[in-house]
Unconditional design. Structure first.
Length: 473
């Protein structure tokens, strides 16, 4: 049943008191009433763009050439991998429909109790690990920036830098949605200007006809291409929470507009920045992108470039912390959203400091996250199929009801269809992996990693079959 709340006849462009950028957002995972909905879907573009004009995209673009692809092959892989942003856009349309974040909407797929497990794994744990990885990357750029102004990057200085970056990030996350909407347009403009200079410097020296000395062919080429697509796709697939940033839009908002602005906000900057990384790799060694790119840039711009890397990481991590805070609430922890964001940040900072100062923990975490597509691919597919089956009709009030016997309680709090689809798709995908380990199917195919397409296809088919006739409009 669709929500019975009447759609407004006019669209408000003014944020309600509960979501003003100068105040800490009062809503968490609770339902956003229609009278507090506002804004336009075009605002989604800058939200997603600010988070994707970043250092990680440069690194991934350069990695494709380091893997043995020609420039032309790398550019094709970049475009194909980033097409997965369309799925991120599709998931975002459930936000205005339900007036709730993704962490609550997924109760329709997994049940009230099953969704707590889903949020603990694909929501909170993976988000905190990504937060730590991104924070470590930003810290590396910030350490270099500190040394450029004549300050030695001693252990106390490093700790202070990490805490400062985390503090700025968590401030945005704590203030929440309203500040993100207001702040990310100027961040997008500033980062675009900075990376425009990078683009100019790279394009002047890039080898547009680059082909490696020993071009890949046959099975080896296919394995590398599919692996590259998976590497690129891991970015958009990690945002199964896109409804978090669209849920304040009025329920009558055009679904096509939400999909379009969300997908474009992720796709355009990711393609451009990844392509810059690939182009740079044709003339410099991108095994150390930060140092290599500075060799191409004018000396005066190096500090600006480092600062841009830090700002871009803050933007992406603030969104990650925001969603992780909602996931922590959805797991069942009775805590205000603002405090849950601080809990996430504390854990991520502790992991980052331990990694930077004590061990290579982040290398281990990075290897583990390479396998996240095994779960994130099926989870995103199940979400998208559910939207299609329900024709994007979600009753926000019913989704808030966690009591036994409620509409989304299913059997003992679990929806077997969602669990079977995700675990079944993930299990078969795990047999196809060729990253941290080689699964038997990947081994039989000569190292071709089909985990992403196989996991997504199987989970989607399973969920559609198991939910057939069980979804009411």
């Amino acid at each position: 049943m669709a929500s019975s709340t009447p759609a407004p006849t006019t669209r408000s462009s003014t944020a309600p008191d509960s979501d003003r950028p100068t105040r800490i957002e009062s809503h968490g995972i609770d339902h956003i009433p229609e009278e507090e909905r506002y804004g336009h879907p075009r605002e989604l573009f800058s939200i997603w763009a600010a988070a994707n004009v970043n250092y990680l995209s440069l690194v991934i673009g350069g990695a494709l050439v380091l893997m043995g692809l020609s420039l032309a092959q790398a550019l094709v892989v970049i475009v194909i991998g980033n097409l997965f942003w369309l799925l991120t856009g599709v998931l975002a349309i459930s936000g205005p429909a339900a007036g709730a974040p993704s962490e609550v909407i997924t109760r329709a797929m997994y049940g009230v109790r099953g969704n707590r497990v889903n949020n603990a794994v694909t929501g909170w744990m993976i988000s905190v690990c990504y937060f730590a990885l991104n924070l470590a990357a930003a810290a590396g750029a910030a350490f270099a920036l500190v040394e450029k102004v004549g300050i030695a990057a001693s252990t106390p200085v490093k700790i202070g830098v990490v805490l400062a970056i985390a503090g700025l990030t968590l401030t945005i996350g704590v203030y929440g949605h309203g500040l993100i909407v207001r702040l990310y347009l100027p961040i997008t403009i500033a980062l675009t200007a900075a990376f425009g200079v990078v683009a100019y410097a790279v394009l002047l020296k890039a080898d547009f006809g680059y082909v490696p000395d020993a071009p890949l062919g046959g099975t080896e080429l296919w394995a590398t291409v599919i692996g590259g697509v998976t590497l690129i796709a891991a970015g958009p697939l990690s945002y199964t929470t896109s409804a978090d940033f669209s849920r304040y839009l009025p329920s009558a908002t055009s679904a096509k507009a939400v999909i379009g602005w969300t997908a474009l906000g992720g796709f355009v900057p990711s393609v451009v920045v990844c392509a810059l990384g690939a182009l740079a790799a044709t003339v410099v060694d991108m095994t150390d992108p930060q140092t290599a790119l500075q060799a191409l840039l004018p000396g005066w711009f190096a500090p600006v470039f480092l600062l841009a890397l830090v700002v871009g990481t803050i933007a992406i991590n603030a969104m990650t912390a925001y969603s992780a805070g909602l996931a922590l609430q959805a797991v069942g922890l009775r805590i205000r959203r603002s405090r849950s964001v601080l809990v996430d940040g504390t854990v991520a900072v502790a992991l980052t400091l331990y990694a930077l100062l004590v061990s290579n923990f982040l290398d281990t975490v990075s290897n583990v996250l390479q396998l996240t597509v095994v779960l994130l691919g099926p989870a995103m597919t199940v979400y998208a199929v559910d939207i299609l089956l329900r024709r994007n009709r979600y009753d926000g009030a019913a989704l808030m009801d966690e009591n036994p016997g409620s509409r989304f309680w299913f059997a003992a709090g679990f929806n077997p269809a969602g669990a079977v689809a995700v675990l079944g798709g993930g299990a078969v995908a795990a047999l196809c992996v060729d990253t941290a380990y080689t699964g038997p199917i990947a081994a039989a195919l000569g190292g071709v990693d089909l985990a992403l397409p196989v996991g997504m296809l199987l989970s989607g088919v399973l969920y559609a079959l198991l939910m057939r006739g069980r979804v009411s409009a």
